[in-house]
Design a protein around this ligand. Structure first.
Ligand code: HEC
Ligand code: HEC
Length: 467
């Protein structure tokens, strides 16, 4: 049924193009879905590379003038920040509280983090966001712990606490009788230095995502996101898709694009937030150390200057995160991969994991302009059901909504990061488990997968592994 809808829509888009008429909401979706998928998942920025460094190359069309900034950005991303005062003043200012001493500590090889191997932690490449209800339906930072639990601190300053993860196996079966098991996580915050969290505290565990292709996602025109969004499900496909409106401080909003809940609008803000929240580095935009009032030793600790990371450094870090290349698809000619690609669309996966998006002429960097690329995301929020819910609203995202994650590079995860943990908290141990966890708006597509023949399931998974 979905297959037929998609092909009728595609035919409509072609007719429309022929007639030269302007786009309406669903026309743009149909037009994008009708574009052929190529192996150049990142358009002209794509790198043909499939090694354990596959996420660490600059875009293939890198301008000469950007080379030095890119490589300096790379250095900053991999720098181990030290405690102030240090002999190299430009790289000090770690903490007072923090999660890791470098960006790459979590985004290892520009890739993805994972839950701790033992439930006792520490969380080496993921973190836990916190908030409390404000009494009026919104949320506030936690008064004693801020918006993120910092598991580490410099000497003389107490770390905030630790996260303990335990899993319960939940058995299920594919329609053909093949059994599977999913692990349902439970999080407990322990060794809390400033007292219990208190009733009503909301906790959202998140692994560090891979950071390839983000400049392209940032450059997708707002109008495209607005055209793809279907907040009231007008097309009646059971899938809404909402923009997360992020306030810009002057009374208007911009669409969120980054973070598991599209909770950040730009890479600059994402990186500035990461510098402070994850490493404890103040920035020109976030000049105050992350020390809630009860954390006196934190407030009294020496700082690495103000700000600890300069506007120039942050600018280079942002250029770096904009220009990391997406690796090309592999094995696209294999029969099974081609079949899996068809099944992906027929199962309705592409309703959220949009195979094709485009940037316009006004990208922040020329390398990113006018690209047609294949991220497999719509950058929109979807209700993914109770099982995946974190119950913690994040700007306009509610406690059940998550941003569709891009799927490019997903088949290289094991090679780059040595693990295959997926979803926002890494609970899925492989691709099949990630699909089986889909609920809410994703339940129909999940059920198509669950009721496929073993051969079709393998084809779909082989397609995903080729990305
Ligand atoms: C403690 C682990 C950790 C460290 C250290 C860390 N990050 Fe992240 N990063 C994350 C997590 C978790 C997310 C997802 C955040 C969310 O959903 O709110 C993220 C998201 C991002 C994103 C957006 C990715 C996307 O697909 O939306 C960028 C860009 C990023 N981080 C850059 C950085 C930079 C630059 C640094 C160093 C200044 C850094 N990170 C340090 C864990 C970390
Ligand atoms: C209603 C929108 C929607 C549909 C339909 C959908 N997904 Fe997803 N998908 C998501 C969201 C949102 C997440 C992130 C959920 C989370 O992390 O808790 C996700 C996560 C994933 C992941 C893990 C990605 C990662 O980076 O961890 C894979 C793999 C995936 N989906 C594949 C599929 C496949 C295959 C289908 C079709 C059978 C499908 N999805 C259908 C929205 C959707």
């Amino acid at each position: 049924m979905r297959g037929r809808r998609a092909s009728t829509a595609a035919a409509g888009a072609l007719l429309m193009l022929a007639a030269g008429s302007s786009h309406s909401v669903s026309d743009l979706r149909a037009e994008l879905l009708a574009l052929p998928q190529t192996t150049a998942l990142g358009g002209a920025t794509t790198r043909v590379v499939a090694t354990d460094k596959a996420f660490s190359f600059p875009v293939a069309n890198l301008r000469r003038g950007h080379q030095r900034s890119f490589f300096f950005g790379n250095r900053l991303f991999n720098t181990n920040w030290t405690i102030a005062p240090a002999s190299v003043a430009s790289f000090d200012g770690l903490g007072p509280t923090y999660n890791r001493v470098s960006c790459s500590g979590c985004h290892t090889r520009d890739g993805r983090g994972r839950p701790p191997a033992s439930g006792e932690g520490p969380m080496d490449s993921m973190l836990v966001r916190l908030s409390v209800p404000d009494g009026g339906g919104g949320t506030l930072l936690h008064p004693a712990y801020g918006d993120q639990l910092n598991e580490r601190a410099i000497p003389g300053v107490p770390a905030e606490g630790r996260v303990r993860v335990t899993y319960e196996e939940v058995e299920g079966r594919y329609a053909d009788g093949t059994p599977y098991s999913l692990r349902r996580p439970r999080y407990e915050l322990v060794d809390l230095a400033f007292g219990p969290l208190g009733a009503g505290t909301m906790v959202s565990p998140r692994v560090a995502p891979a950071i390839i292709g983000l400049g392209l996602l940032e450059a997708v025109p707002v109008e495209t996101l607005e055209a793809l969004a279907d907040p009231d499900d007008h097309d009646g496909d059971g899938i809404s898709g909402r923009i997360n409106p992020i306030p810009n401080g002057v009374g208007t909003t911009r669409p969120g694009r980054f973070g598991w809940k599209a909770n950040v609008a730009s890479l600059h803000e994402q990186n500035s937030g990461a510098a402070l929240g994850d490493i404890g580095l103040t920035t020109p935009e976030l000049p105050r150390e992350n020390c809630p009032p009860v954390q006196e030793a934190c407030a009294a600790a020496p700082t690495g200057g103000s700000p600890e990371i300069s506007a120039e450094f942050l600018h280079k870090l942002t250029l770096y995160t904009r220009l990391l290349a997406v690796p090309a698809q592999r094995d696209s000619e294999q029969r099974r991969v081609r079949r899996g690609g068809r099944l992906f669309r027929e199962a309705g996966c592409s309703a959220c994991h949009m195979p094709t998006l485009r940037t316009g002429p006004d990208a922040p960097l020329p390398e990113l302009a006018d690209q047609t690329f294949h991220p497999f995301t719509d950058l929109l929020l979807h209700d993914m059901g109770e099982e995946l819910a974190d119950g913690r609203p994040d700007h306009g995202a509610d406690g059940r909504e998550w941003r569709t994650p891009p799927l490019w590079g997903i088949g290289l995860l094991e090679r780059v990061n040595g693990h295959s943990f997926l979803l926002h908290d890494g609970r899925a141990r492989d691709l099949a488990e990630a699909i089986l966890w889909h609920g809410g708006e994703g339940a129909a597509a999940r059920d198509v997968f669950r009721t496929m023949s073993a051969e079709d399931r393998t084809a779909l998974l082989t397609f995903l592994s080729s990305l």
